[in-house]
Write a new protein. Structure first.
Length: 259
């Protein structure tokens, strides 16, 4: 593990149930995935950015897009996201791995750098955003050893679909830390899961996007302080709805296993 091997793996697929094809939806004339990748390229701590999509035929378009724009890509399991991450990390020699999701088109490269720095400075095995931060700034950093051990040990549906769940539950095995940069901002929703999120993000990009530049968290907060009515566009959506659904699947899995 070294700073020279820090690589971001971006999980991306077209098959969203709530907003199909969301990762290629347009924001300021470019797909959301373009913004995610290009924001990450501004993070000085990252040596490479890889899009990890699935082997599903509907994700052929993701691979074609990546090839057209010179983006590194990997194809793996559609539902076993943990396996997809593990295989991608092994393929590209990532250690540590920075986990990013393609539904975060305002991911802040400065915050990514701060998370990576905190990971190394604290000597952690797992380090992630913590505290009360806007949904859409999610960033986690893992050693390859953690990903490999998690891949071997994780069994529950939530643990296979959400890479950070198993390590978070086993702090006796790993040195886990969190970066609390913000307080009182958990009500902000800057992620892309619903049609209302797309509308909100399009409004942000219309106001803040400038060619050759990258607006950050501070600019968004200033805008929303000036135009608070924008937050009403996608307010009321449950945060981490996908994870909550997976936890329900855990209950069904455990019941069936006990039969």
């Amino acid at each position: 593990m070294s700073r020279d091997k820090v690589k971001a793996i971006v999980q991306a697929r077209m098959g969203s149930t709530r907003l199909p094809g969301k990762i290629l939806k347009p924001l300021a004339g470019k797909p959301a995935l373009w913004h995610v990748v290009n924001r990450l390229k501004r993070a000085g701590s990252l040596k490479e950015v890889v899009v990890a999509t699935t082997t599903s035929p509907e994700d052929d378009v993701v691979v074609s897009y990546c090839e057209e724009h010179g983006i590194k890509w990997f194809r793996g399991s559609e539902n076993d996201v943990l396996d997809r991450y593990y295989q991608a990390a092994k393929e590209f020699g990532a250690d540590p791995i920075v986990r990013i999701t393609a539904d975060c088109p305002v991911i802040d490269p400065q915050i990514v750098d701060e998370v990576v720095e905190g990971f190394f400075t604290g000597g952690y095995d797992v380090y992630a955003m913590g505290g009360e931060f806007p949904d859409g700034l999610d960033c986690e950093c893992f050693t390859f050893a953690v990903i490999e051990d998690t891949w071997k040990c994780a069994v529950l549906p939530s643990e296979r679909e959400h890479v950070g769940v198993y390590p978070g539950k086993h702090k006796e095995k790993y040195r886990v830390g969190s970066y609390t940069k913000f307080t009182g901002l958990a009500h902000h929703r800057w992620t892309l899961d619903e049609e209302a999120d797309l509308h909100f993000l399009q409004e942000l990009y219309e106001r803040l996007d400038r060619p050759g530049s990258c607006f950050g968290t501070r600019e968004i907060l200033v805008l929303l302080d000036r135009e608070p009515e924008l937050m009403a566009i996608n307010s009321g959506i449950i945060r981490n709805e996908g994870l909550l659904k997976s936890l329900t699947q855990d209950e069904t899995f455990l019941k069936e296993k006990s039969l």
